[in-house]
Design a binder for this molecule. Sequence first.
Ligand code: AMP
Length: 284
Amino acid sequence: MRTIPTTPDLRNALDNLRKQDKRIGFVPTMGALHEGHRSLVKMSKQQTDVTVVSIFVNPTQFGPNEDFSRYPRTIEADESILIDEEVDFLFLPEVDQIYPAGHSSSIHIGPISSVFEGAIRPGHFDGVAIVVSILFNIVQPNVAFFGQKDAQQLAVIRKLIRDFAFPIDIIASPTIRDENGLALSSRNRYLSENEKNEALAIPTMLFLAKDLLMNGQSPADAKMASTLEFQRLAPNMKLDYLDIVDNETFQPKSSFDNRQNSPSATIIIAARIGATRLIDNLLI
Ligand code: AMP
């Protein structure tokens, strides 16, 4: 694996490969890598000729009171995971490679960026949209891989691709969970054992809401029942939202057809325990 910190060096290396008609796969991350990231890398290795992973903790997607400065940075461990997966290039830029002095442009992605995660984290998805656009322009991948774990981010990226006509295929990878069902996240390392146990209420509620919807309950009833059950199971957690939304627009669903073959909705949840905020979702 070659670790490349600058845009011109990465461009040169990839231009040569592109001339040889190599298909380039791209996995953008913020590091603190775990099995969820590894699954995206494995997909890229299987489906493309050259895999580029980026590690960049993007300041523009963190709000002023969020965890940018304490976001875990574990670069040595990350590099050994990526070497183990036989990644070709690690793009490891400093902030000035992505946002050179004087950078001032922004992207407002529209209504989807101001509901749920976007309502609680104002500006978050605009920060995601600008950094992903810049990374897409630097890497110019044929295919980019994103986790279903961040469902609203995935919907934002799909919208970005459509709205700006990026010639890039987006592939979504299923959420990887630990043996108890908790979705893997770089932020899980902040949790104590007790907090981890209580956080299991998150996936439990997703599966409860799914059962209720599959058994014919309306989204409103499924939301109410699983919200009450969440509060009973996890009294120390603060629920930010639990809802059933359209996969593409993230607008709440007023009805759900349980006879459909392909997923038409997403159950979404976000909750805080102590200083840690966790999100999860289930396609139904
Ligand atoms: P992050 O480093 O948190 O920005 O995540 C980088 C990519 O990994 C994003 O596309 C995430 O959706 C994806 N990802 C994070 N956690 C998981 C997980 N548990 N399973 C699958 N993909 C994940």
